[in-house]
Design a protein around this ligand. Structure first.
Ligand SMILES: C[C@](O)(C(=O)O)[C@H](CC(=O)O)C(=O)O
Ligand SMILES: [Mg+2]
Length: 295
């Protein structure tokens, strides 16, 4: 019997959809919605785990277990390959990075990205970032690659160097990471479309474009990014941002109006929810089980 590998499914999706659209799913429910919408890969955002699951900023406060809990909840119900934000690896030694990678594979993730910021990291689109030395980053990647218990699990190297040291340094780091075994690269906070093509040409592995809103990167389209040789396009927090705004509107309206009547039309219906989470399948199984027990 062949064993299902999420990593294989992720690599296949990258090959077959070019560039591959990867959407953030803040929780298991959103993962199912993304699957229904036809995405072939989904993403667990570090900023999303922090803000969404913990109500905290993206400053290296959340830990490995916080992320693993969210990975498991998603992979338990959704078989779309999941790319996970591993921040700086959750610990400064090679053993920490190895533990992170092994745990993520066990939790069912398909891929993870590890970045070259210092442990007290920031969102990639905020000022004041600091990065570790090239050697330390290469060591993180080597430790990650070495730790894989599934050789198809994808290790993606993210570099935040562009904003800190400039393009040459970012290109050099990306290439050094690929030479150390990284399967894909994620140059963070890119400001010009043409830069992606420079990364793609330098590293010759798939390059991810992080098209996050309200950041340093313009909202390039899939067609534009395809023209710049991008392999994956990430929308890490788009649905999360929309969801938060919707929740805020509903809370405000009910408090203000003393009723939800004015906002019901903006809600997902009971039936839509049940469809999204396969409620009826569960109910039928339950009925069948009770019928069997009654006999
Ligand atoms: C991709 C990212 O690392 C994330 O955690 O989702 C963030 C996204 C964001 O804050 O918009 C980042 O780009 O640093
Ligand atoms: Mg992040």
């Amino acid at each position: 019997m062949s064993h299902y590998s999420a990593g294989v499914a992720f690599r296949k999706a990258v090959q077959e959809e070019s560039p591959l659209q990867v959407v953030g799913a803040i929780n298991a429910n959103h993962a199912l919605l993304a699957k229904r919408a036809g995405y072939r890969a989904i993403y667990l955002s570090g900023g999303g785990v922090a803000a969404g699951s913990l109500g905290l900023p993206d400053l290296g406060i959340s830990g490995l277990d916080d992320v693993l809990t969210d990975i498991r909840r998603i992979t338990d119900v959704c078989d779309v390959p999941l790319l996970v934000d591993a921040d700086t690896g959750f610990g400064s030694s090679a053993f920490n990075v190895a533990r992170t990678v092994k745990s993520m594979i066990k939790a069912g993730a398909a891929a993870c990205h590890i970045e070259d910021q210092v442990g007290a990291k920031r969102c990639g689109h905020r000022p004041g970032k600091e990065i570790v030395s090239l050697q330390e980053m290469v060591d993180r990647i080597k430790a990650a690659v070495d730790a894989r218990t599934d050789p198809d699990f994808v290790i993606m190297a993210r570099t935040d160097a562009l904003a800190v040291e400039g393009l040459e340094s970012a290109l050099e780091r990306a290439l050094a990471c690929v030479e150390a075994g990284a399967d894909m690269v994620f140059p963070e906070a890119i400001t010009d479309l043409a830069m992606y093509a420079q990364f793609a040409k330098a590293v010759r592995v798939p390059v991810l474009a992080n098209i996050t809103e309200f950041g340093a990167t313009p909202l390039f389209t899939v067609d534009q990014l395809k023209g710049a040789d991008v392999g994956l396009v990430l929308y890490p927090l788009s649905a999360f941002r929309a969801m938060n705004k919707a929740a805020e509107n509903v809370y405000t309206a009910i408090r203000r109006d003393g009723t939800q009547q004015n906002v019901v039309a903006s809600m997902q219906t009971r039936m839509e929810l049940y469809e999204a989470i396969n409620y009826h399948d569960f109910e039928q199984k339950l009925d069948a089980l009770f019928a069997a027990q009654k006999k």
